[in-house]
Write a protein that binds this ligand. Sequence first.
Ligand SMILES: [Zn+2]
Ligand SMILES: [Zn+2]
Length: 80
Amino acid sequence: MCESSIYSICPRCSYFSTADTDLYCPTCGVTLTSTCLRCGGPIRDPYALFCRACGTLQRPPGPSAATKEPAARKRDRARP
Ligand SMILES: [Zn+2]
Ligand SMILES: [Zn+2]
């Protein structure tokens, strides 16, 4: 019946919606995505973590995976 529904999922949390008018996640405020990040295929399974067509991960595994600090911040030798 509704097998052709395309879901819009939040890449940050597990929110998903089938409404075309939902563009942003109400929880995170990030843009919802309804297509694969890699191949652009439609997301037809809101619970799928990987794209069916290309196997690309649609969501990060954890919400606390953002580290703003650079890996190696070398001190620049400004003093002579
Ligand atoms: Zn979200
Ligand atoms: Zn894909």
